[in-house]
Design a protein around this ligand. Structure first.
Ligand SMILES: Nc1ncnc2c1ncn2[C@@H]1O[C@H](COP(=O)(O)OP(=O)(O)OP(=O)(O)O)[C@@H](O)[C@H]1O
Length: 610
């Protein structure tokens, strides 16, 4: 009785709204607020379900959707500050002396000529359907996330306040839940009358919950909510269609086109409370048009008093305090949709996500990691970490030297030699982080690597997800990578048990699938000479095996694996995207030969010796 189930879902969604209303009523000091409460509740709910409100931003620069070229003729968003009149007002608005000076064109602006003006960030992983399409060099740049026709058009970015209180956020999720349920009911009714769409293998055809409209609802709500839910969505997007349904992946693509943008008043409030009311006195100019609207914060270009061009990452208010509840709300939504496979061990993934997100919201920690990476990589050719500007940074604002460069997906437009070089550097960096520093930036989002062609340098940004790995884990992990590279079945099983990927009680099919997955991952490292990432569809094979493992595994992966595998698969996907030819085995051997295994287990596995 799917129809009854849908009605139950609507009821669930509405009961979430009602629950919030009752909760709010209990907290309020009487019945006076009831009327406005009901009004606000309904407004918030319908606002999020309809998602038609909000001020559409008048961008200074228009996107040319095809060429992604932006016109820089109008820079009204840049505000200039003078020495004479530092802002001392108690209001959050900075003192504005004059507008509209014309900046010199900087390297970063040149870079922006190949980027949309407000760049959404997010984990730019591709599902297998897209990886499939990379079969030749010429196709390397054409990979796109599948989007429904409705979604393909560029979404107009909206200027909308971030819901900051836990109440308004919970209400947002409740509204979304009700909206999704209502959408499901509508879709079910449509199907009753017109019949279900007959698209083979398309999950949206199977479940009315996954209609295109609902996916769009979900995406736009995430864009408004921002924060943990959005980040979680990005994390989920690493999964392919066998795990996360295609319409949801397509919805996440909308999200990547740009989260909503904070209105100026909210932005000024954050800047004042974080850097003091005189924040503008430390700057020559500040561009209110964000360079990027990310999940946790938005990034603005500015010039310091001494003329350094900087990127200021400003956190959306409230997101740090609502991680826990946001994730619980997402979990509720997911479980009531009943869409994700049980063996995803969602609870574990959510727990890890909570920890990662709280770290990512702490920009002081990120600044520390950024500085640490700066030191670690200072002697390594080909990489640069921008300097942190301490007196313009705090727990919720992070200011760094602005660095030029194009993100990895744009490097695909450059020649083969350059793509090989960038692919090689990315793989070197990944192995160095894990096996040399034991400290890794675990967010492989392509726009976190900005390639500066003139210097042949990859500028590294975004260290929010940087973390240490214990020596013992890294020791065994290196042994396992080596076992995979050498097709050593026994060692793979032994190490997988030691690392906690297997319990030893698994079925034959699970064991075999696990070993096969190890062989596939080890393939690029298995033979000397350049490995051509265009030649084999690693991710397709892994995904097929992964689907089997999801059905048969007995234990969730060790905690370290979530971030590590995200990063490692990101490095592979980047090489695939680049269509690069990379001497992977040589890179691994160099690391392996210099590696000093810990005392706890000095045994080198037989497969480890060359
Ligand atoms: N120092 C910098 N120089 C140049 N561009 C920068 C710099 N810092 C940030 N950006 C731009 O802002 C975008 C977002 O920055 P960043 O990745 O640090 O934010 P985030 O909130 O961590 O994003 P995410 O949603 O990926 O976690 C980057 O992709 C890049 O385009």
């Amino acid at each position: 009785m799917p129809f009854l189930k849908d009605i139950a879902r609507v009821a669930d969604g509405l009961s979430l709204v009602a629950k919030e209303a009752i909760y709010r009523q209990r907290r309020s000091d009487g019945g006076n607020n009831l009327q406005s409460l009901i009004k606000n509740t309904l407004l918030s709910a319908t606002d999020l379900t309809g998602l038609t409100k909000g001020k559409v931003r008048k961008l200074d620069k228009e996107i040319d959707a095809d060429s992604a070229v932006r016109s820089d003729s109008n820079r009204e968003s840049v505000v200039y500050f003078t020495d004479e009149k530092p802002s001392t007002s108690s209001s959050s608005e900075p003192q504005i002396e004059c507008h509209l000076e014309v900046n010199e064109v900087s390297a970063a602006e040149i870079r922006d000529n190949v980027e949309p003006p407000v760049q959404a960030t997010g984990t730019t992983y591709e599902g297998d359907a897209q990886i499939d399409s990379i079969s030749s060099e010429s196709k390397a740049a054409e990979v796109v996330v599948p989007a429904t026709p409705q979604m393909k058009s560029q979404r107009k970015l909206r200027e909308r306040k971030v819901p900051t209180t836990s109440f308004s956020r919970a209400l947002g999720f409740a509204g979304l839940g009700a909206g999704l349920a209502w959408g499901t009911l509508q879709e079910s009714a449509k199907r009753l009358v017109f019949g279900a769409p007959n698209v083979q293998g398309n999950q949206s055809a199977v479940s009315p919950y996954l209609s295109e409209k609902n996916a769009e609802r979900l995406a736009l709500a995430l864009c408004r909510m921002r924060g943990a839910a959005l980040k979680l969505g990005q994390m989920l997007s690493i999964q392919d269609e066998s795990v996360v349904p295609a319409p949801i992946l397509a919805a996440l693509d909308i999200v990547r086109q740009g989260a909503d943008v904070m209105p100026r008043s909210q932005l000024n409030q954050v800047l004042s409370s974080e850097l003091g009311h005189d924040w503008s006195s430390k700057l020559k100019s500040f561009d209110y048009e964000p360079m990027a609207a990310a999940s946790i914060g938005q990034v603005h270009r500015a010039f310091t008093k001494d003329g350094m061009e900087v990127a200021m990452k400003i956190q959306y208010p409230g997101v740090a305090d609502s991680i826990e509840s946001d994730i619980e709300n997402v979990k509720l939504l997911l479980s009531y949709t009943n869409l994700l496979p049980e063996k995803l061990f969602l609870d574990n993934a959510m727990k890890v996500a909570k920890e990662e997100l709280s770290r990512e919201c702490d920009y002081e920690l990120e600044a520390k990691s950024q500085k640490r990476f700066g030191v670690l990589l200072s002697g390594t050719k080909g990489f640069y970490v921008p300097v942190v500007i301490d007196d313009l940074s705090s727990k919720r604002v992070l200011t760094s030297e602005l660095v030029p460069g194009i993100p990895i997906d744009k490097v695909t437009l450059l020649d083969q030699e350059t793509r090989n070089y960038v692919g090689k550097k990315l793989l070197e960096l990944t192995l160095m982080e894990l096996f040399v520093f034991r400290f890794m930036q675990t967010d492989p989002n392509w726009s976190n690597f900005l390639y500066d062609e003139s210097e042949k340098v990859i500028n590294l940004i975004d260290f929010g997800a940087a973390r240490d790995y214990p020596k013992r884990f890294v020791d065994d992990y290196l042994r396992m990578v080596f076992a995979c590279a050498n097709n050593d079945r026994e060692a793979i099983i032994k190490l997988s048990q030691r690392l906690g990927f297997l319990t030893g009680e698994e079925s034959e099919i699970m064991m075999e699938t696990h070993v096969q997955a190890g062989f596939v991952v080890g393939l690029p490292f298995s033979k000397p000479g350049g490995y051509d990432f265009r030649a084999n569809n690693i991710t397709q094979s892994i995904s097929n095996l992964g689907a089997t493992m999801l059905r048969h595994r007995l234990t969730p992966p060790p905690e370290e694996a979530y971030s590590l595998h995200r990063k490692l698969s990101g490095a592979f996907l980047a090489c695939i995207k680049l269509g690069a030819v990379v001497p992977c085995r040589e890179i691994l051997l160099e690391v392996y030969e210099k590696y000093e295994f810990g005392e706890h287990d000095s045994e080198r596995l037989a497969s480890g010796s060359e």
